[in-house]
Design a protein around this ligand. Structure first.
Ligand code: 9YT
Length: 142
């Protein structure tokens, strides 16, 4: 089992700052789970174009408020604590912070390796070198 706290991940390589957002990537591909897990803060009053062409992502709102607008149909969905949005179609979208910073728990499949920053489309590529080496898989004894 692996145990980490948000506090111990803050201000390390896991803590990535993207301008309109910052994110603490608490679980990455070197943990060999098949997904990554991030606590992301979207700053109030910002708008970020995102298009994760290479990843599926689900996003659960813990606190704050904002909205997400899907590009293909223009629909706007309010985000508040208790809401999850699920980008099951690699949906191109605009993510907006509301009157307060929005704190989100995000999972990605495939897992991010930790070095990704948004490209000009708001996507992450799949060919970044890993931030951390994978642990060798060792069969459990007993
Ligand atoms: C809300 C959202 O799309 N979060 C993505 C995760 C964050 N941008 C990161 O860790 O890269």
């Amino acid at each position: 089992m692996i145990v980490r706290t948000l506090d111990e991940c803050l201000n390390t390589d896991r803590h990535v700052k993207g301008g309109n957002w910052e994110s603490v990537r608490m679980l990455l591909n070197n943990d060999n789970m098949g997904f990554s897990f991030h606590i992301t803060t979207i700053f109030a009053g910002t708008q970020t174009p995102i298009w994760y062409k290479n990843h599926l992502e689900s996003v659960y709102c813990i606190s704050g408020n904002g909205e997400v607008q899907t590009k293909n149909d223009g629909k706007i969905h309010k985000i508040e604590p208790g809401t999850i949005y699920i980008l099951d179609q690699n949906d191109q979208h605009l993510l907006r912070g509301g009157s307060e910073d929005m704190v989100l728990a995000c999972v990605f499949n495939p897992a991010l390796n930790g070095r990704e920053v948004h490209d000009e489309d708001g996507a992450y590529t799949l060919d970044e070198p890993p931030l951390f080496e994978s642990e060798p898989m060792i069969a459990s004894q007993g």
